[in-house]
Design a binder for this molecule. Structure first.
Ligand code: G2H
Length: 247
């Protein structure tokens, strides 16, 4: 069976209630390709609002959660809380979490494992910095980040991987379709050898980093690109074109 195309919008720390209602309006207007799975990553404070007002075919994700169910962790939210309000997805390990908030491979992996064990589905982000790419370490980095998760989980069924080269995030510098395909293919091969051929064939690998309505179609035509994680453009009506990019 083919891998279902999956497009996530990562709103990051953007949006007021009225701006979010505008986003919901263009999502409702669509039309959104029915064969694409659509997930929007919403600031925690608006999760409930978006959950109650998003069109039925748009899933809602948190942008982070912690690795335990409750307790003295001021400012954190737990997978149990997300499930309690009907949220089924979480984005973990985004490079902004890794870089700005110093989340290690180990912590990201623990969060992925705990989220999965609480019934959440996970978009797990990986990707190299510009310095790492220029040092020829792209594969080493993405394999290491994936291995850290593989050390903590057995079942990959509810995981989507988002490959997001850090140098392409919010910079307007998209990886070319060939650059992205090259990493996706290498990662799938690594997964086949180090996790299992079944997981390699079935896991969806999104590309993220300055995806727009203008470049989405060519990226979507690459055989190992199974969707996108979209930041800036997910706040704008062009997100609909990105959702519909797979022909
Ligand atoms: C990468 C992406 C969304 P943008 O962070 O995850 O953001 O599309 O703005 O580069």
């Amino acid at each position: 069976m083919g891998r279902k195309f999956v497009v996530g919008g990562n709103w990051k720390m953007n949006g007021t209630k009225s701006q979010i209602n505008e986003i919901l309006a263009f999502l409702k207007q669509g039309p959104l390709n029915e064969s694409t799975e659509i997930i929007v990553g919403v600031p925690a404070i608006y999760l409930d609002h978006v959950k109650s007002n998003a069109p039925a075919n748009v899933e809602v994700a948190a942008q982070n959660c912690y690795k335990v169910d409750k307790g003295a962790f001021t400012g954190e939210i737990s997978p149990v809380m997300l499930k309690d309000i009907g949220v089924n997805w979480v984005i973990l390990g985004h490079s902004e979490r890794r870089q700005i908030f110093q989340e290690s491979d180990e912590l990201v992996a623990e969060k992925v494992s705990f989220a999965l064990s609480n019934g959440l589905r996970v978009i797990a982000c990986i990707g190299e910095t510009l310095q790492e790419r220029e040092a020829g370490k792209t594969e080493e980095v993405v394999f290491r980040q994936t291995q850290a998760i593989a050390n903590k989980i057995k079942d990959w069924y509810d995981v989507v991987i988002a490959y997001e080269p850090v140098w392409a995030i919010g910079t307007g510098k998209t990886a070319t379709p060939q650059q992205a395909q090259e990493v996706h293919q290498a990662l799938r091969q690594w997964i086949s050898q180090n996790i299992s051929p079944d997981v390699a064939n079935s896991i969806r690998i999104q590309y993220g980093g300055s995806v727009t309505g203008a470049n989405a179609q060519e990226l979507a035509s690459q055989p190992d690109i199974d969707g996108f994680l979209v930041g800036g453009a997910s706040l704008k009506p062009e997100f609909v074109n990105i959702v519909n990019a797979r022909q």
